[in-house]
Each structure stands twice: as C-alpha cells, then as structure tokens.
Design a protein around this ligand. Structure first.
Ligand code: KIV
Ligand code: NA
Length: 277
C-alpha cells in the first residue's frame, strides 16, 4: 500500500470511493489503523476521555497532544495523519492557531490539523492553510463546545440549524479545508451538505451519505463497558475479551499453571542443575 496523500484522498472522493477514517492515540493503535487499511488517521482529542480518563476533552494540553501524536506517528506510516488542535490552542487568534499547528507538524510529526467550529473559524483556517498545513474542519456536535451547545446533543435538527450547518460547511471549504468532519446530525442534513461541497465530508453519527466515515478506535473496539453514543458500532468487545484474558492470567498464576514449559528457559547443560542445587 502506498502512502496516502491529499491527492489520494481527493482521488477517492472524485471516484466516489468512501474514505475510511479512524482515531489513534498511541503506537499500537496507530499500527492497527495502518495495517487495517485506514486512509485518514486522526489523533483526536477524544484521547483525553477514552485513553486518559478525563471527564471532557477540554482538559487536554498541547504537551499531552504532542506526546501522543509522536507515539501514533511512530506506528502509523501509510495513512494521512492529522491531529486535533486542543481546546484553547487556536481560538485566541489566527496567529495562535498557526503557531500551534506548526508545533503539531514539527513536534508531533503529523501532516495536518483539525479544528472545531463554523464560519467564525474561516480566517483562522485560511491562516493555517496559507502556511501550507492541511486543515480538516469539524462541525455539528463539536465536543469542545458542548457546554455552549447544552451538552452532547444532535445538531441541525431544525431548518435553521440545518441551514447554519450548510453555510458553515461552505465557509470552511472556501477557507481551504481539504475535508470536513460532520458529527451527530440527521443523515438528510449531512447528505445535503455533502452534495453541496467539492471537498469530502467525513461523517460520525451523520448517516451513510457522507464521503467517508470516522469512529473513535477505542469506542468501535468496544473497549468500555460504560455508555457509548448511538452512532458507535462495536465491531468487537475488547473490554470483555481483555478482562476475561487478564482474569485467566490471574487464575493461572494463582494455581501455578503459568508459566508453562514453553515459556520457560533451561540451562545449556542440564547436568549443571545438580551442581547448582
Ligand atoms: O476527537 C476525536 O476523536 C474526533 C473524531 C471523532 C472526529 O474529533
Ligand atoms: Na475531537
């Protein structure tokens, strides 16, 4: 498989081939996404909640994001790799956003950045893309703004809400985004937005008419026994599988069954064992 570039993503979109996207947050999850054939890997700030145990994404610092980006980048070589700008690292000014985008590229070893927001982020996106850093937009349910959205709520369910999403998407395209994540909105709205744009949309809880799909890797692997949103499909149940495996290990150690012969080293010369004893 050859390296996925912006051209690859544009070609997939032009040919109507769905773009596959997934998050990764460390070295092994980066390798899994790469080996499984994902096109676009995102080091999403969801890592704050799913991998670091924070209550929300807004506690995540730039340093933490950089640390995780570097780990993902070491394992994830083929997909196009982009990272979220953490909350507080891009809202103050386009200059601040560019400075931190440069850090994600130089220190985090990612190729592009993603940021949340609509039409109000247009100047910021223009600033970053003009410097040669590819940007993914993100509209609909934007978790960093969940407080002002009144919680983790589906967006664009009214005609005014839907039209606002459409206008935002068009503004993000004009500002230079190469793709836009559409999160938690009616499938019908995502379809209209997708058809109105020249750039691909990547849906999460936005129906199957988007140009591609994204999920949080730990969610879709079923790594949690706690609540997951309606739009998450668990393709396996890692929580049950892993917990059962660790419980088996605990049982075998307690019963003296592990390690067995095949996990054990012997002396080069078995006669030496007697001398030793
Ligand atoms: O943080 C994240 O994981 C994301 C993706 C779900 C798009 O923003
Ligand atoms: Na995110």
């Amino acid at each position: 498989r050859s390296k996925v570039t912006l051209n690859t993503i544009r070609t997939l979109h032009k040919k109507n081939i769905p773009i596959t996207s997934l998050t990764a947050h460390d070295f092994p999850s980066g390798i899994v996404a790469d080996r499984a054939g994902i096109d676009l890997v995102l080091v999403g700030d969801s890592l704050a909640m799913v991998a670091l145990g924070y209550d929300n994404t807004n506690e995540l610092t730039m340093e933490e994001m950089l640390f995780h980006c570097r780990a993902v980048a070491r394992g994830c070589k083929t997909p196009f790799l982009a990272a979220d700008l953490p909350f507080g690292t891009y809202e103050i000014s386009p200059e601040q956003a560019l400075e931190n985008s440069i850090r994600l590229v130089r220190e985090g070893n990612v190729e592009g950045v993603k940021l949340e927001g609509g039409i109000e982020m247009a100047d910021t996106i223009k600033k970053i893309t003009t410097a040669g850093i590819p940007v993914v937009g993100h509209i609909g349910l934007t978790p960093q703004r969940s407080a002002s959205l009144g919680g983790f709520k589906v967006q664009g369910r009214t005609i005014t809400g839907a039209q606002k999403l459409l206008h935002s998407a068009q503004a993000l395209q004009d500002a230079g985004c190469f793709a836009i994540v559409l999160e938690a909105m009616p499938a019908a709205v995502a379809k209209v937005v997708t058809q109105a744009l020249k750039i691909p949309t990547i849906g999460i809880g936005a129906g199957n008419q988007c140009s591609g799909q994204v999920l949080v890797q730990l969610d879709m692997l079923g790594s949690f026994d706690k609540f997951t949103p309606k739009f998450v499909k668990k393709y396996t149940n890692a929580f049950e599988t892993n917990t059962a495996a660790v419980a088996e290990y605990v049982r075998e150690v307690r019963q003296g069954l592990f390690p067995a012969e095949e996990h054990t080293y012997s002396m080069r010369n078995e006669d030496d064992v007697k001398k030793l004893e």
